[in-house]
Design a protein around this ligand. Structure first.
Ligand code: NAD
Length: 296
């Protein structure tokens, strides 16, 4: 298939490369020439302009940093929506607010085109390995149409509901992830403060009712687990700034629906303080450091 791909950054770069590996013809576009060159090195072609990228494209994929960027790309002054073929399928994989996702899909539908939201879980590692989870929102038949393409980049594909539902499910998951990561970190610090070995305590909680994903595959205490960011000075992984962005989206969504999210609000405050202390670029499990005694 001929696929136009917008945004070949940390996530989009390897995703586009996996589409090339699967035999698709990928026309990439990014605002950063060096990133576009990396996509070309991985076998994609560089589009001269956003509109040229979508010419004859059967599928259009975007992986952008924000809702404003997605709105600008599709509906801005030089927006591409009108240049996309009527039979093409549009898949926005960016993590953005559900309202913008619905607006974009609505504008696409008004012009006779089909768009779904398909944010991902799995991080840069999942993007490189082609094992992302896609959390889709949109009409059932459109999600089914997207499946063959998404399977080149991921291993699990869910349909959460109509347009915007993919974004809602994604931020619900990330809000819960933030909450259990913080809970895991504070429990580990409490145990260590009372003389426990963090590895022994982790094993006990993992075998008990405190078990959760952070304990299972992403332990935040340095040295407890190999191959995770906490054992690499919190480098790589999923950044504090990105977690902050997702928590902000969760709180915006909660405001819109008048939902009570006290744990999410606290998590947003803690990650905000952690970012402001200069940790925005570290992996989000570095919240462990927040609980460290300053007098040590
Ligand atoms: P990134 O900043 O590395 O990449 C985004 C790219 O989009 C940049 O290269 C930027 O130049 C490009 N871009 C912006 N506006 C554009 C436009 N109009 N046309 C073409 N390109 C444009 O970000 P990322 O880490 O790849 O994240 C992308 C999205 O995936 C975000 O919404 C993020 O929340 C989500 N996400 C990221 C991770 C992660 O671990 N990095 C995990 C899951 C989801």
């Amino acid at each position: 298939m001929r696929i136009a791909f917008f945004g070949v950054g940390h996530m989009g770069g390897p995703m586009a490369a996996n589409l090339v590996k699967a035999g698709h013809e990928v026309l990439a576009f990014d605002l950063v020439p060096a990133l576009l060159q990396e996509a070309v090195n991985a076998g994609a072609s560089a589009a001269d302009s956003p509109k040229q990228a979508v010419e004859n494209a059967e599928v259009v994929i975007s992986m952008l940093p924000s809702g404003a960027a997605a709105k600008g790309l599709y509906l801005g002054d030089d927006g591409i929506l009108g240049a996309i073929g009527q039979d093409s399928l549009i898949i926005d994989c960016s993590t953005i607010d559900a309202a913008t996702a619905r607006d974009l899909a609505g504008a696409a539908a008004d012009s006779g085109r089909v768009m779904i939201d398909a944010p991902v879980s799995g991080g840069v590692g999942g993007a490189k390995a082609g094992t992302l989870t896609f959390i889709c929102g949109g009409p059932e038949d459109a999600v089914e149409r997207a499946r063959a393409v998404l399977e080149c980049m991921g291993s699990k594909i869910f349909r959460a509901g109509d347009n915007g539902a993919g974004q809602v499910a994604k931020i619900c998951n990330n809000m819960l992830l933030a909450v259990h990561m913080i809970g895991t970190a504070e429990a580990l610090q409490l145990g260590v403060d009372h003389g426990l070995d963090p590895k022994v305590l982790s094993d006990i909680m993992f075998a008990s009712s405190g078990r959760n994903w952070s304990l299972e595959v992403y332990n935040p205490w340095p040295g407890v687990m190999e191959g995770v960011p906490s054992s690499n000075d919190y480098q790589g992984g999923f950044g504090v700034n990105l977690m902050n962005k997702d928590l902000g989206l969760a709180l915006e969504a909660a405001l819109a629906s008048k939902s009570a999210t006290p744990m999410g609000a606290l998590a947003k405050s803690l990650y905000g303080l952690h970012a402001n202390a200069g940790n925005g670029g570290l992996d989000f499990s570095s919240i462990q450091r927040f609980f460290k005694h300053r007098d040590e």
